[in-house]
Design a protein around this ligand. Structure first.
Ligand code: MIG
Length: 697
């Protein structure tokens, strides 16, 4: 059951789109319902104007209470024991004590004897204190009384999550080629840089489907421009790459450069499409291209306008984008730097030398430039009313993605676009995927990547993944191998790094064969992974999820923080520590271990339920297949364009067991012949799922 309580006058975020199963309840009924789960609700908190919280929701935990959800956030799969703040942030350091990342995903399930789900539909700052201030107390703090709160009851984690997923609408589905492997780098400056990447991948025989273009392709980092010196004949270049089976995926930033000679800026200004400041002038901040203005994505007409701007690129054959800087990011504003300059001048005008303390304070001012304080100085128009940004902050990236998605839908004549962004709110999952932002080449961030996937899936962001190998810091070959061996299972599979660190393309390392085989395995798995993804999207289920979802009464499974279930049949147990030859794996039930030595050579062994140590070499991929399941493997390819047979026959529902190499569980040694069937889903040209029955007798 799903209950919705409306308090005050909430903003319609459009996170929830399917309302037929929702029961509207009053505040008193809500208090009652929450109470029946053991929770309490306080409405008498002082208002935000006094810097306090207006609404509080609390829950006294039991010994085994666990929390799942909250989408993109730090720390564990079980969120118990820390504090998480929904306040979208351009966060360059994803370390353990950060409360906020780029997304605001206010859905969580309280797993206890009586389980319930909670969704706070409010686009400003929300605090989830899950045992931070008091070890066994959950407190959700909302700074306003204008909010929708959803309470979801159900029999278990999976069922509660599925109900939630239904009300927020179906997740974005990428095109099949979006499951290919992509190479990216902040720093591919010319068409030749990109040609070199493609040539080296092709000559190393490492599969590749796309190269991402970071802000380097733009003229002076301005959106919707192309540097024509470094990228002459862009249209021909796009075509040339396509002939090699590679798609180019440009980045787009949220803010538009203040350039009086540019039509886009002129148009946005004349039509009043940019966010404003206190005195109704354009709010401007310094970002990559210099002074920039922020399109007011909360307005439909601005979204239509912005979405149309992508046409220059789609006309050249571009079919995918990644949207960045849409928290929105800002480096500084006029008032930031004026205050900072004044502080410098004041100090300089003093007769005595500055003390170290004074200098430190000055340095701190500059470091603090990327601050949230500026959000109180800019404004949107929502339903004709001027509204301060901080009250709708978390909707910005969501609506940029929506603008992009709607534009691309018009421009690509029915083909699915590849699209993902950085900042998001629940609702954005219908339009695009997200990547998890600026991680580092740290082993701990490989583990973080594993742990972030279940929460993201619960909140609808099925198409997600991290920068494989890490964005900041310098990668080592073993880390990149281990990370790649995990990322072949995440829908978004991209190697990306920043400009001033060691180059990170797979072909730069010693064991090219290992990279080739691991990525080739991804391509063998694409039909299966895409099928599992389609099922998850259409059935409102999770493609990747915590063991707790399927083995709820098994304490060891619930506690497992470094293994994931994928679709109906697979369990993943990636290696995420350096200098280890394997790892401990917990099997909640008997499973078939499959150890791929290469993409085509593998060995299997049956393991009983329980704790095991499994050896996993640096060049190997180990996965586990659940009982009564089969795993169909396609023939290896170097790009999805070569998967013609699968695409053509799959669309007609004519794929058969012969088209795949099939691994079945249990082991033949286990006795009488058994019949296994896998329903492989493909998508036809009308974007409808088509089922192919793959049978193994
Ligand atoms: O201020 O476009 O997260 O992936 O390479 C940094 C440059 C801006 C942040 C993104 C990252 C991208 C980088 N961007």
């Amino acid at each position: 059951m799903i209950y919705r309580m409306k308090s005050g006058n909430p903003i319609d975020t459009e996170a929830v789109v399917n309302t037929e199963d929702i029961e509207q309840i009053t505040e008193l009924e809500f208090i009652d319902k929450l109470g029946s789960f053991g929770g309490s609700y306080y409405t008498d908190k002082p208002d935000i104007s006094e810097g306090r919280f207006a609404l509080e929701l609390s829950y006294r935990m039991n010994e085994k209470t666990a929390f799942f959800g909250l989408g993109e956030s730090m720390r564990g799969i079980n969120k118990r024991g820390y504090k998480y703040i929904s306040e979208n942030t351009d966060e360059p350091r994803q370390v353990e004590d950060k409360y906020s990342l780029y997304g605001a995903h206010n859905f969580l399930v309280v797993k206890d004897e009586e389980e319930f789900g909670l969704f706070i539909d409010y686009p400003g700052r929300v605090e989830f204190d899950l045992g931070f201030e008091t070890r066994d107390l959950m407190t959700v703090r909302i700074p306003t009384k204008d909010v929708y709160i959803y309470l979801i009851s159900g029999k278990d984690l999976a069922q509660i999550t599925k109900q939630f997923r239904h009300i927020i609408g179906m997740s974005y589905i990428p095109p099949l080629w979006g499951f290919g492997y992509g190479q990216s780098r902040f720093g591919y400056k010319t068409a030749d840089d990109i040609r070199e990447v493609v040539n080296k991948y092709r000559s190393a025989g490492i599969p590749l489907d796309m190269v991402y273009m970071d802000i380097d392709y733009m003229q002076d980092y301005k959106d919707f421009t192309i540097n024509r010196t470094r990228f002459p004949n862009f249209e021909d270049f796009v075509e040339e790459m396509k002939e090699q089976g590679v798609r180019l995926i440009p980045i787009m930033d949220a803010a538009i450069a203040h350039d009086d000679r540019m039509k886009i800026f002129e148009e946005g200004r004349n039509k009043g499409y940019f966010c404003t400041n206190e005195s109704s002038g354009i709010f401007e901040a310094g970002v990559w291209p210099g002074w920039t203005a922020y399109p007011d994505f909360l307005r439909p007409e601005v979204r239509t306008w912005f979405g149309e701007l992508y046409r220059d690129f789609t006309d050249c054959g571009i079919e995918g984008f990644w949207n960045d800087m849409n928290e929105p990011a800002l480096f500084y504003t006029e008032s930031n730097y004026k205050e900072t300059l004044a502080a410098f001048e004041e100090l300089a005008s003093k007769n005595s030398d500055p003390t170290p303390g004074e200098l430190l304070e000055l340095a701190g001012r500059i470091n603090g430039w990327n601050g949230h304080d500026q959000y109180a100085h800019f404004f949107h128009v929502v339903d004709g009313k001027k509204i301060r940004h901080d009250r709708v902050h978390n909707l910005y990236g969501y609506n940029m993605l929506r603008a992009t998605s709607e534009g691309l839908e018009n421009q690509l004549s029915g083909a699915r676009p590849l699209l993902f962004g950085r900042s998001s709110y629940i609702g954005a999952h219908r339009y695009a995927g997200i990547w998890t932002g600026d991680n580092c080449s740290w082993w701990s961030h490989l583990l973080l990547n594993i742990r972030q996937m279940p929460g993201l899936n619960m909140c609808g962001f099925l198409f997600s993944g991290a920068d494989t190998g890490g964005f900041g810091a310098e990668v080592t070959e073993d880390l990149l191998l281990r990370w790649t061996a995990f990322s072949i299972f995440t829908p978004l599979f991209r190697n990306h790094s920043t400009c001033d660190v060691r180059k990170q393309e797979c072909y730069r390392f010693g064991d090219i064969k290992a990279f080739r085989e691991i990525i080739a395995l991804r391509y063998r798995l694409i039909p299966y992974l895409y099928s599992e993804f389609l099922k998850a999207a259409h059935n409102d289920e999770c493609y990747l999820r915590a063991l707790a979802f399927d083995y709820e009464d098994d304490d060891d499974a619930v506690e497992t923080e470094d293994q994931l279930l994928l679709g109906e049949g697979l369990m993943l147990a990636p290696v995420y520590m350096q200098n280890t030859e394997g790892r401990h794996v917990y099997l909640p039930e008997r499973m078939l271990m499959i150890r791929f030595n290469t993409a085509s050579e593998y060995e299997t062994a049956v393991y009983e339920a329980g704790h095991h140590y499994i050896k996993i070499g640096l060049e190997q991929v180990v996965i586990f297949l659940r009982e009564s399941h089969i795993l169909p493997l396609a023939s290896p390819q170097v790009c999805t364009a070569d998967m013609k047979h699968y695409i053509e026959y799959g669309h007609k529902g004519e794929l058969e067991a012969d088209d795949f190499e099939i691994i079945a569980f249990p082991d033949p040694a286990d006795g009488p012949k058994q019949y296994y069937e896998y329903k492989m889903w493909c998508e036809n040209a009308d974007r409808e799922p088509v089922e192919n029955k793959i049978v193994r007798e």
